[in-house]
Design a protein around this ligand. Structure first.
Ligand code: PMP
Length: 593
């Protein structure tokens, strides 16, 4: 086994600057600033050892595995099976055969849900998940429950984001077949007592799956000591490549479970009369697997072992403590998720002045700071806490106290700027609290959508780079009247948007063939997009609205340079709502007003 610690030149067992030197991407820039990468919960960066392992594989070892008689194929097979041994040792599996390679955590959970579900879950049975689960550990169980006539029950959590184990104990009964719970919550950082959860489940005769996606890179894993039945994780959150992950399962259980997918490599023999499945682990690995990914994952684990999780954990704990203190001091910021036991995740919202996480993330991005915003694939947590999203900083071994200070200082500036901006625009607050939407419907900005688009395109031509274009969009949004609360009360949210967006369309007052609309969102950049759509569409003839090539216009102003794909989906949702309103008007008789 690789040595547990990596002594630095100054004798400190953990030298973060030496570790950083191993990660080429940490020395790149984002928007001209030093990259501060704090989105490790989503994926970690890769050390040179992993990158070079992939290169070596493709330069000297690449062939398909298990099937070739020639040397190269044997070499590739050895690489793949060696990776399995490394994983087995890393998580202390009793046997290599208990390690199944998958595409990641999501596929591992789907494998268990489909296969264990088919074999062991019947009508009237129950599956327990926790309120803290990622969608990957909710939806597959809902699908199984629907297919089998079973029921999904939920372990509740308290306001701090801790599971209520007394309530959990009450949910367990003789119908419970399986309990699925994460080791660490990706949204809040809560560390769950999976050993206790497993003991209680086993006492009730239920099996336990642990989603270790957010654990394995941060603390040592011992599946035998945990006592659970299945454990899964993704290579890419463990400094390894994307596309490779692990399902560990107890041999006796895996042997009883039917294959998940059929195909090559998972069979002993095939005929049209009878197919005999291969034994473990091949039974669950149909088709050509991610051989290079396995090699890369093996290299990642060896890299982590060379530093030592016993050194990584205290470093990350210190980062968490520092971040909790520093961010907690930022005026108006509230940390979401205050469990007594947490791993390196700080989720937060800014309440005063109220700011959408999307705007916080966008502004941090401009400073080279990468954080995640949104519901983190955990909508039930957001619903439980009465929020729609958070901003999340999540740490890895290469993060530093200085990076956290950079984040905290940036947040202070962002909050101060926002407060100043709101103060400045306060006199316009008359419209911000307008009692009726009437005056807020935007009149036509030009004689046609095309004429309005031409004017806007001329404005955009004045800006050369993406920063100034995106600032211009935000500026346009700042001029939009605040109608958010009013619209929220009277209409439904536009689907597909990362932020909350509301749009109300109607026939333009006093016209027979024109549409007008009022809209608002809780993110500044989206308010800017609304302002653009209003200029183009509002007050215009419905035929022209429907005929106008909005995509062409966005291409013309170079929107894709400064609007992410996700936001473009949201934008498409808004356009759809407006066009839908126009189409409905086109089919109606002329107005009498
Ligand atoms: N579970 C948890 C707790 C996670 O954090 C994630 C990734 N955010 C997943 C499951 C899904 O992992 P993947 O997308 O790698 O399959």
């Amino acid at each position: 086994m690789a040595s547990e610690t990596r002594p630095s030149s100054n004798g400190d067992p953990f030298d973060v600057s030496r570790i950083r030197a191993d990660f080429p991407i940490l020395h790149t820039r984002s928007h001209g600033k030093h990259l501060v990468y704090l989105d490790n919960g989503a994926t970690t960066q890769k050390p040179r050892a992993v990158i070079e392992r992939l290169i070596r594989y493709y330069e000297t070892e690449n062939a398909n595995i298990h099937r070739g008689v020639y040397e190269l194929s044997q070499r590739a097979t050895d690489v793949y099976e060696e990776a399995r041994r490394i994983v087995a040792r890393f998580i202390n599996a009793a046997e290599d055969k208990e390690v199944i390679f998958t595409r990641g955590t999501t596929e591992a959970i789907n494998l268990v849900a489909a296969s264990f579900g088919r074999k062991f879950i019947r009508e009237g049975d129950e599956i327990i998940v926790s309120a803290l689960e990622h969608h990957s550990d909710i939806v597959p169980w809902q699908m199984v429950a629907e297919a089998c006539g079973a029921r999904v029950r939920v372990i509740p959590m308290n306001d701090a984001g801790e599971l209520q184990l007394d309530e959990y104990a009450k949910l367990l009964n003789s119908r419970t077949r399986l309990v699925a719970v994460n080791h660490v919550s990706n949204a809040l950082g809560t560390i769950n007592d999976v050993r206790r959860i497993t003991e209680l489940a086993h006492a009730a005769g239920a099996k336990v799956l642990v989603d270790g996606a957010q654990w394995v890179a941060h603390r040592p894993t011992d599946v035998q000591a945990l006592g659970c039945d299945f454990y899964c994780f993704s290579g890419h959150k463990l400094y390894g490549p994307t596309g490779i992950g692990v399902l560990w399962g107890r041999r006796e259980l895996l042997e009883k479970m039917p294959p998940y997918q059929g195909g090559g490599d998972m069979i002993e023999s095939v005929s049209f009369d009878k197919t005999v499945y291969a034994g473990l682990p091949n039974k669950f690995e149909a088709g050509t697997p991610d051989i290079s990914g396995a090699a890369g994952l093996g290299a990642a684990i060896e890299y982590v072992e060379s530093i030592g999780l016993s050194n990584i954990a205290p470093h990350e704990d210190a980062l968490l403590k520092h971040a909790t203190e520093k961010l907690g001091e930022v005026p108006g910021l509230r940390i979401i998720g205050t469990a007594a036991h947490k791993a390196g995740v700080v989720s937060f919202v800014i309440k005063d002045p109220p700011m959408a996480s999307l705007d916080i993330g966008t502004r941090l991005d401009a400073e080279g700071i990468a954080v995640r915003t949104g519901h983190h694939c955990c909508q039930p947590i957001m619903d439980r806490l009465g929020i729609s999203s958070t901003t999340r900083a999540s740490f890895a071994m290469y993060n530093t106290v200085e990076e956290i200070n950079t984040l905290a200082n940036a947040l202070r500036r962002i909050v101060a700027d926002e407060a100043a901006r709101r103060k400045q625009s306060a006199p316009a607050g008359a419209s911000a609290h307008a009692p009726a939407a009437e005056i807020l419907y935007a009149p036509a900005a030009a004689s046609s959508p095309q004429a309005a688009a031409d004017e806007l395109a001329d404005d955009f031509d004045l800006f050369e780079d993406r920063e100034s274009k995106s600032e211009y969009v935000i500026d346009l949004g700042n001029k939009l009247p605040h109608t958010f609360d009013m619209l929220k009360a009277i209409t439904t949210r536009v689907p597909g948007c990362m932020s909350e967006v509301y749009i109300v369309t109607r026939r333009a007052h006093g016209t027979s063939d024109r549409i007008e609309f009022v809209a608002d969102a809780n993110a500044d950049i989206v308010r800017g997009l609304i302002a653009i759509l209003q200029r183009i569409y509002s007050g215009q003839r419905v035929e022209e609205v429907l005929a106008f090539d909005i995509e062409g216009f966005f291409r013309r102003i170079g929107l894709d340079q400064f609007i992410t794909n996700q936001r473009r989906t949201g934008l498409a949702g808004m356009i759809e709502r407006i066009r839908h309103g126009a189409a409905a008007l086109a089919g109606q008789p002329a107005a009498t007003a």
